[in-house]
Ligand binder design. Structure first.
Ligand SMILES: Cc1ncc(C[n+]2csc(CCOP(=O)(O)OP(=O)(O)O)c2C)c(N)n1
Ligand SMILES: [Mg+2]
Length: 286
């Protein structure tokens, strides 16, 4: 039993190391591109790491179109760098291709394009649409009886899009227990505090009203994320919403506070601060 425990904690440590690698990839590729959304990507790293590498998403990077695969839809498509980093580490494309982000002709467009790159399950970027696509995948999987589970990540600002709530209502109606929505509740959207722009609290209460099981977790704590995904997978008869409380730019919070920009929305780290940001990520302080 002792040995098993050790293995579990060892694998958590290797997942945490991988999360640091994803954060460094995100920073490097957006600085190289000179544009993009590193802070929106970094808040989501633990969830994406747990899904792709923690044994949840049935997804083979060498066979990304397998009919019975699980699906992850990044509805907050501007956080594409975190998805690209995960797909590169899954072997979908060569790791060095990350540095082509947003360059002319690159498959790694500023927002995910399912027509350009295998492993992208929905073209997103126009906020509010991904959960509807997820409902469609979940219904199709039920018909196909193939056991596929669909995971969707939305932003907290994104919840202001009305289409989210049409999707939430239909997922509740059809009792889609093969659908999990993770809301990356990082507290900010484009122009400022998500609460100030359009207060959608209580997020869990709204999903619950549509018949969803809900959880509220610290989404930058890998162990909590893993436990929440386990509970979601085990929930029967209704979809699950995980409200993932995170920090925008998690991994480089000290630097963001020094720069007096906690939101840091849609900005690459200037090259002169890149080494400092990477060092903070490596130190793993949050
Ligand atoms: C339909 C639509 N309206 C506006 C935008 C512009 N936009 C891009 S990111 C963003 C903020 C999103 O905030 P949130 O969902 O909280 O994501 P975060 O960056 O905080 O992870 C907005 C308004 C968009 N992409 N799509
Ligand atoms: Mg947000």
């Amino acid at each position: 039993m002792k040995g098993v425990r050790k293995n579990v904690s060892e694998s958590i440590e290797s997942l945490k190391a991988l999360a640091r690698e994803l954060r460094k990839d995100i920073l490097k590729m957006t600085t190289e591109a000179g544009s993009g959304h590193p802070s929106s990507s970094m808040s989501a790293v633990e969830v994406v790491t747990a899904l792709y590498f923690g044994g949840f998403l049935k997804f083979d990077g060498k066979n990304p179109k397998a009919a019975d695969r699980d699906r992850f839809i990044l509805s907050k498509g501007h956080a594409a760098p975190v998805l690209y980093a995960a797909l590169a580490h899954k072997g979908v494309f060569p790791h060095e291709e990350l540095m082509t982000l947003r360059k002319f002709g690159s498959r790694l467009e500023g927002h995910p394009n399912m027509l350009r790159l295998a492993g992208i399950e929905a073209s997103t970027g126009s906020l509010g649409q991904g959960l509807s696509v997820g409902v469609g995948y979940a219904l199709a999987a039920r018909l196909a009886k193939n056991g596929s589970h669909t995971y969707v990540m939305t932003g907290d600002g994104e919840l202001g899009q009305g289409q989210i709530w049409e999707a939430a209502a239909s997922a509740g109606k059809y009792q889609l227990d093969n659908l999990t929505c993770i809301v990356d509740r990082n507290g900010y959207q484009q122009t400022g505090s998500a609460l100030d722009v359009l207060n959608m609290d209580p997020i869990d209460g709204k999903f619950a009203a549509f018949g969803w099981a809900t959880q509220v977790i610290n989404g930058n704590d890998l162990e909590e994320v893993i436990d929440a995904l386990k509970r979601a997978k085990a929930t029967k008869g209704r979809p699950t919403c995980i409200v993932s409380l995170t920090k925008k730019g998690f991994g480089m919070l000290k630097l963001l506070s020094k720069l007096k920009d906690e939101n840091f929305h849609g900005k690459p780290m200037p090259a002169k601060h890149l080494e400092e940001a990477l060092a903070e990520v490596e130190a793993g302080l949050g």
